[in-house]
Design a protein around this ligand. Structure first.
Ligand SMILES: [Zn+2]
Ligand SMILES: [Zn+2]
Length: 435
């Protein structure tokens, strides 16, 4: 018998062909039927069924539609693997035969198109495949496997809701939490960061209070549209004039709403501002600058009262544990090949994943919880070849990113790589012969 190409991970990973077909089928089905954050009922039920089929003990309805699977397999560490359930209000434009045509009511009850434009369907299918692979090879590892299908990641509320609903009290407390996320890298690859993986964020809502009136007599009103426009421009100086060029900070005004028609001066304007940085100090500093500028611009416009500034959502930077990341990276080099393991430069995307680590552990009175998080390539070879650009960096800049209507993971290569990466990572942390 020839030795397994998967080395020490062979006894478990050699079972991959057995789980690939159901995992790809699961992916296609999840992709075709996406659900918005907080409404992941069907997705959760499907995932729960898959875990039950694999032999895990399954609990549903944790912190909303959250799904927790547990597989106790003797003494050893508790390893938690996390994937997300939710999709985005995006109209899919991939033209794929399994493209989503789903429409669902948004928070205000308006029908919106829905698409898995962040790859959460791929993460979830790979989690199901990994659970099946580990459950089918219990003679080759020991410890406890916990799987989490998390709702409402895109609205940054799901991890907190699951923790508050007893994730770390009703279920085995993890020693380590692992997750992967799709990125526009070639399918079959993974990428690890050498420092922060993702930024922390604050989502701020700003309401500018003017006083409404007739468009014909603006001198009798205080126009919040003009104040809001000045605010949008002045906010651009927070990064360009107040932040060190050596520091990575992003400030984006992602929405601005005012008025109903052209012949009325509205009474108020509402902006949403997304702030991203790699440390709490920077996030607090930029948030304070937004307060200062918004208040001063409203005073300059003669607004009858101060604006309101509310934090709608917040997340922390994803700073994985260096030792755990190093072990997982070595396992990925061994199982995928060193040429398929790239370096990930810190991204200003954000996640609620850090709550599973030290911050969440402290909140819920449990001991140290380590984390590791890596990016999973998902661009198929044809799409990569078709994408203009001389080198990998130019191609990556030209590819449709996560959240784009044209985001289209290729499951033929990214499903096997995703299951391999997650399974090998789990085995580095579990006890037993495969270690
Ligand atoms: Zn996303
Ligand atoms: Zn995502």
């Amino acid at each position: 018998m020839s030795p397994s190409p998967n080395g020490a991970y062979g006894p478990v990973l050699d079972g991959l062909p057995r789980v690939l077909r159901p995992t790809v089928a699961d992916y296609l089905e999840l992709h075709r039927h996406p659900e918005l954050s907080g409404a992941e009922e069907r997705t959760a039920a499907r995932h729960a069924e898959r875990l039950r089929d694999a032999g895990l003990e399954v609990t549903t309805g944790v912190g909303g539609h959250g799904v927790v699977g547990v597989l106790r397999n003797g003494p050893g560490p508790v390893v938690l693997l996390r994937a997300e359930l939710d999709a985005l209000p995006v109209r899919e434009a991939t033209g794929l035969p399994y493209a989503s045509e789903a429409v669902a009511p948004d928070a205000e009850g308006r029908p919106v198109p829905v698409m898995h434009a962040c790859g959460h369907d791929l993460h979830l299918a790979c989690l199901g495949g990994t659970a099946a692979l580990l459950a089918g090879a219990t003679g080759h590892w020991s410890g406890t496997l916990v799987t989490v299908g998390q709702p409402a990641e895109e609205t940054l509320g799901g991890a907190r809701a699951m923790l508050e609903d007893g994730l770390y009290t009703r279920f085995p407390v993890p020693d380590v939490v692992l997750a992967q996320h799709t990125a526009p890298l070639p399918a079959g690859m993974v990428a690890h960061a050498h420092g922060p993986v993702l930024a922390g964020s604050r989502l701020l809502e700003v309401v500018v209070h003017g006083s409404g009136g007739h468009a014909a007599s603006p001198h009798l009103a205080v126009d919040p549209v003009v104040a809001a426009a000045a605010i949008v421009l002045r906010l651009q100086t927070v990064v360009s004039r107040e932040t060190s060029p050596a520091e990575q900070v992003v400030l984006t005004v992602g929405s601005l709403h005012a008025g109903t028609r052209g012949n009325v001066v509205p009474a108020s304007a509402t902006l949403e501002v997304s702030v991203r940085a790699f440390g709490d100090e920077a996030l607090e500093r930029v948030t304070a600058a937004v307060h200062r500028i918004v208040t001063a611009e409203c005073a300059a416009s003669g607004c009858p009262r101060d604006p309101s500034v509310r934090v709608l959502a917040r997340s922390q930077p994803t700073l994985a544990d260096p030792g755990t990341v190093a072990a997982v990276r070595r396992a990925h080099e061994e199982t995928l090949g060193a040429g398929r393991v790239a370096v990930w430069p810190a991204s200003t995307a954000t996640e609620d994943f850090p709550l599973y680590g030290p911050a969440g552990a402290a909140l819920h009175g449990v001991g140290e919880v380590r984390t590791a998080y890596w990016m999973l390539g998902c661009v198929g070879p044809e799409q990569w070849a078709r994408t203009p650009g001389a080198g990998a960096a130019a191609k990556m800049a030209a590819l449709p990113p996560n959240h784009s209507p044209a985001f289209r993971p290729d499951p033929r290569l990214s499903v096997p790589a995703g299951v391999t990466a997650l399974t090998a990572a789990a085995l580095t942390q579990l006890a037993g012969p495969a270690r």
